[in-house]
Write a protein that binds this ligand. Sequence first.
Ligand code: 13P
Length: 249
Amino acid sequence: MASQRKFFVGGNWKMNGNKQSIDEIVKFLKAGPLSENTEVVVSPPSLYLEYVQQSLGGSVGVAAQNCYKVPKGAFTGEISPAMIKDVGCQWVILGHSERRNVFEESDELIGQKVAHALSEGLKVIACIGEKLEEREAGKTEEVIFKQMLAIVPNVKDWSQVVIAYEPVWAIGTGKTASPEQAQEVHQSLRAWIAKNVAPDVAAAVRILYGGSVNGGNCKDLGSKPDIDGFLVGGASLKPEFVQIVNARS
Ligand code: 13P
């Protein structure tokens, strides 16, 4: 049976870009054409959220790359879901491996952020993934299921969440998981969700793959039954992002 899950492609720009390069990205996004069968969301640095939201004019969703766990207050340097919504954006990425590993965000903090973002009406791209030494030690499932356990109790409405499986060893390295490697993890993750959340949630939730996705490998990855889209880093800054959006078309 063909999946009912709408293909989803996110572009995580990370800490890249300026108004000039953003204008160029907006231009190729508007020119597209972007498949109507794909939900597209781009994630600029927080400083540019409103600029990108206004430039795109609603044709593509916009996500913050992070947020804090309370609405406002004395938290220098942080932004809240309320602020992200106030500038017209609908999404936030939480638990990205760079937040976990460079900024030492814990599973617990990520869970609290997920709960607060959802309670404020933002949709969440929740990221999980193992490091190379964890994969080599045969601990991939143990690691990602533990990360999932910190997220699951904080979600009431799974229609507001997509999961991004991003093996840390594949991020920014040019070393993509093979379609078979990614499919294997996605399938076991979906089975875990069926058992630990609910079968209907497992059937409906979109599980994205992230890690060195590009115009050349997106079709093979996107043909796997449990890969429902991508979270793209480097290639989301380039015109080939359009090809990735259209990987299933
Ligand atoms: P790359 O596509 O640059 O490997 O980054 C993946 C990623 O971290 C997306 O969130």
